[in-house]
Design a protein around this ligand. Sequence first.
Ligand code: CMC
Length: 438
Amino acid sequence: MSGTAATNAQTVTITLDGTNRTATLPLLHGSIGPSVADIRKLYNELGIFTFDPGYGGTAACDSKITYIDGDAGILLHRGYPIDQLAEHSTFLEVAHLLLNGELPNAAEKHAFDMGVMRHTMLHEQLRSFYNGFRRDAHPMAVMCGVVGAMSAFYHDSLDINDPHHRKISAFRLIAKLPTIAAWAYKYAIGQPFVYPRNDLGYAENFLYMMNATPAEEYKVSPILARAMDRILILHADHEQNASTSTVRLAGSTGANPFACIAAGIASLWGPAHGGANEAVLKMLAEIGTPANIPDFIAKVKDKNSNVRLMGFGHRVYKNFDPRAKIMERTCHEVLNELGIKDDPLLDLAMELERIALHDEYFVARKLYPNVDFYSGIILKAMGFPTSMFTVLFAVARTVGWISQWKEMIEDPSQRIGRPRQIYTGPVQRDYVPLPDRG
Ligand code: CMC
């Protein structure tokens, strides 16, 4: 493929070797980031598709929400750097930014916060869904089920072509996910469900529903509420990752937003994606002590072992993950607030990070700690069981998913997602009756 400058628009020309056929493709430019060859006419012009398993080199949409420069370690939401948002903003303000494109003014912020918070309660009948699950069900299984079931309860916001319905569905999802998540936890430990309190902040209310019981008063630590809010901000959106692409693909068929977000939750569950924070803690528990790190690193480097250093590496970040740095800082703050002077897990994680960052294997492959390397340690210190880690990720990412879904539905050029393939199976052959098969 060769890039050729055109008079007023750059193009890319592809020549099919051995023929005189060429296709001239427009080169599209975003506001920042690499340009993108528009291959939509390639099949018509040359009769060929492109092959890109994992979509590492393919832009599936244009988006104004999130920008990542993986080499420079930059993450921007609507242009604002993640570290500034994590430092100065709140999760609901970031939600407004992602959904609506701008930081809200005071009146907008008040209206948005109220708009979300007044939807925190679940339809009372949704309570009975929990009884259908085993007590030892993974809470992500409960999340997939209960969030999917929301489509059966909120019929008055299912018209995806109505902007008001889209807005109410977004409010409902953002508001109810913490309640659904906290109840999944309460169900697992056999405690009564705690109803939301709209006089509390978003993260504060979540921690309240997780930790309070009807038996005694419970006050959420402001430092922990702030840390939780920051964790939610750091996970709010991340461009076209696997779960977001799942939400877009499901949404491209016209499926309702609750069904789409349930699909996103299923996609997030895997250990290569949102399940990584849970996997990090399991890995640290398996390693046990710093003395065992060299053996573990040797296993990671052995291609036959299938062992990966969880919380390390990223499809896009090849320098550092800016979220990981903020997460590490937050980790120290939380442990300090909780009076945990020496956390053996944190010591182990820091030693593992130190060794990996100096090891040729990781350096050569540009593998650095990602957002999940430290988040598990924070959540464990705050009292979350490991099975809830990915659930928290889902609560936060719901904001990104619904913003990306809304952007897609509002895009007039949106079409149903339908990738192509290279077929490598048998060519056409005739049916063989059973007695004739050898
Ligand atoms: N430990 C050991 N080796 C690794 C790791 C790792 N964590 N990640 C990548 N590699 C190696 C991989 O074996 C390959 O080596 P080689 O070139 O010799 O075959 C090379 O690095 C490139 O790996 P890749 O699989 O092509 O990279 P990818 O972009 O497809 O994978 C990833 C990205 C995040 C799935 C992967 O780095 C990984 O599995 N990391 C551990 C899981 C994890 O922490 N996931 C959370 C990601 S951040 C939160 C989120 O987005 O959900």
